[in-house]
Design a binder for this molecule. Sequence first.
Ligand code: ADP
Ligand code: MG
Length: 253
Amino acid sequence: MTPIVVAADVRKTFGSVQALDGVSIEISTGRVLCIVGPSGSGKSTFLRCINQLERIDSGAIWVDGELVGYRRVGDKLYELTDAEVARQRLASGMVFQRFNLFQHLTAIENIIEGPVTVQKRRRSEAIDEAVALLDQVGLAAKRDAYPSELSGGQQQRVAIARALAMRPKLMLFDEPTSALDPELVGDVLAVMRNLASSGMTMIVVTHELGFAREVANEVVFMDQGAIVERGPPQDVLVHPQQQRTRDFIAAVL
Ligand code: ADP
Ligand code: MG
């Protein structure tokens, strides 16, 4: 299987905080990786580094075979230009805890915005695709609704459709359900489950251990900027080897 994301000894500090302390991982195409761990363990920072919302201090990340953020010429590394970074970033779609849709645009306008303005695709084609995506996330009837007219769960499903509209090679989810009322979580997880079944490569930071157990091919437990334990969900979530993992699972359940 081809790895679509490779991280090698990735380090990132914020001032005196070591947010990532040597993270190495590979994810193959079509697989679902769930990252769990306590608050402040570096989960968001790791996703943000993959997506180039943060620049790493050392180590390397490859997405779809390309070194992230740098070009190698001989044995020298050169920082990519903003335009090259913007192009690379399109490889991954990111969904955040807060849905941050454009409030002044309808659901369908939110979805076609990137394809039309960034990717310069034909508006009619973008609309056709957005209609299909709205259907995929169960919101065909809400195409002309504004975010303020949608529940948190519906907004998050529009945010997923908006990310998918850019035709990313992988999807990054950063606690996509943790800002939602409990009764709205299920619909969002169902969309993510379907997306996983369709073969999308996904990295999901979540406290939804049931979802992780059911959908993940692999689970990583992070603490203090490092991977403490990784493996199949049964191993990490049901029969963890490390005390820190056991403590975390006991606290979340
Ligand atoms: P998690 O997502 O697992 O809760 P984060 O990746 O958000 O953890 O944060 C890891 C550590 O890095 C925390 O100590 C956090 O306070 C710190 N951190 C994250 N982003 C920043 C930032 N932009 N500036 C300063 N510190 C940050
Ligand atoms: Mg986080």
